[in-house]
Design a protein around this ligand. Structure first.
Ligand code: ATP
Length: 370
């Protein structure tokens, strides 16, 4: 499933040069974006980056100051929220406290004038879908947070919208439940064949659930790509840093041939990369290397003429499946490495303040110019 790679595929949702200004504040800044049918799409960014505003404009609760939003080829301008084939699930769930679970789910269908028998059938289907059939007669306060979240979900898909918008859908759940629910949401989206657009500030959540992610900052999109592309090939320091943990090693390009670049790092060691395509000779760049690509050894590596430097083990964090080491270079720069805690891997463990060598292969990082 990768319609965005197909030049002939028609996008389902199109944001075309959309700007939203509140007073003198630009919340969304000349933003263009395509989302495809049946895609699980995430808008990811820190608080205030404009992601909810984007979602609210798609739902019809806000209107672009300029630019257009199209859905299935139709300009949404002037179409009120209830006329759009779009439904929104809010962070707070907004369930009616005095109504039972089934009445909550039936509410929108009744308002639409659906007949009683059809409503009953649909509500049953929805309860089944979110595995809450046994809780049909309960009121929201008699449910756990996760169950309430599923009622809200059932209610928002009951009307069979084409697009479901989810604003921080799992924000109120604890970590464990959030992880489980992420998979449930993915299953639900698959079963229903809907297009999901989810707003989140949680990069792990976006990575887990989505087909593609748009990383946003200050009302603009920094990168749109699949989770793997964003992680492996971030387009900028901002994206590299926002997604997961990363070492950004600054340096100046000394030589370049094809995609191979030699870089004098600002930290007293030479860098060689085979992913240096965007770099120009003489330019300041950053080599972005994920911690899991960095080796940590007691001994000096055999070839330490590049991508290798000695430092001091500064922090150790045991995370169960892996251990993180921060190694402090003599100039104070920290390089992070993560080592899988594999019982087959026998090595003398490191302790705080040990001298240690860190090293990485020339193909293990990407070169960033901004
Ligand atoms: P959060 O995760 O905190 O909700 P967000 O990325 O979703 O953040 P938005 O809610 O889209 O951010 O808000 C973007 C910016 O626009 C914020 O600085 C916010 O204060 C501002 N903003 C949003 N709605 C309005 C409004 N109705 N009037 C004035 N400013 C607004």
């Amino acid at each position: 499933f990768a319609p965005w790679k197909d030049a002939d595929a028609r996008p389902y949702i199109v944001f075309e040069n959309v700007t939203k200004i509140f007073g003198d504040f630009t919340a969304v800044d000349d933003l263009s974006l395509n989302i495809y049918e049946r895609e699980f799409f995430a808008l990811l960014g820190a608080s205030g980056c404009g992601k909810s505003t984007l979602l609210r404009m798609l739902a019809g609760f806000e209107h672009p100051t300029s630019g257009r939003i199209l859905l299935d080829g139709q300009d949404l301008k002037g179409i009120p929220p209830y006329m759009r084939p779009v439904n929104m699930m809010f962070q707070s769930y907004a369930l009616f406290p005095h109504m039972t679970v089934e009445a909550n789910i039936a509410f929108g269908l009744k308002q639409d004038g659906m007949n009683r028998a059809d409503i009953d059938t649909r509500v049953k289907q929805m309860l089944d879908l979110v595995k809450l059939s046994k809780f049909a007669k309960r009121k929201p306060h008699q449910l756990s947070g996760g169950q309430r979240q599923r009622v809200a979900l059932a209610r928002s898909v009951a009307k069979r919208p084409k697009v479901l918008l989810l604003d921080e859908p799992l924000g109120a759940l604890d970590k464990k439940l959030r992880e489980e629910t992420q998979f449930e949401l993915m299953d639900l989206q698959q079963d229903l064949g809907l297009t999901f657009v989810v707003v989140t500030h949680d990069q792990e959540e976006a990575m887990t659930m989505s087909d593609r992610i748009a990383v946003m900052d200050k009302g603009q999109i920094m990168q749109v790509a699949t989770p793997a592309e964003i992680y492996e090939a971030p387009a900028s320091r901002f994206v590299a840093d926002f997604i997961g943990s990363v070492n950004l090693i600054e340096g100046r390009v000394m030589a370049k041939e094809g995609t191979r670049a030699e870089i004098d790092s600002a930290h007293g060691f030479k860098l060689v990369t085979t992913n240096g395509a965007p770099a120009n000779e003489g330019e300041t760049v950053w080599l972005s290397v994920r911690p899991e690509k960095v080796q940590i050894t007691h001994e000096k590596p055999l070839d330490a003429s590049f991508n290798a430097i000695e430092g001091e083990v500064w922090d150790i964090a045991y995370l169960g499946d892996m251990t993180l080491y921060n190694v402090k270079l003599d100039d104070g720069k920290i390089i992070r490495t993560s080592v899988v805690n594999d019982s087959r891997h026998v090595d003398k463990p490191f302790t705080w303040y040990d001298r240690a060598w860190i090293s990485f292969a020339p193909d293990s990082g990407v070169t960033l110019t901004r």
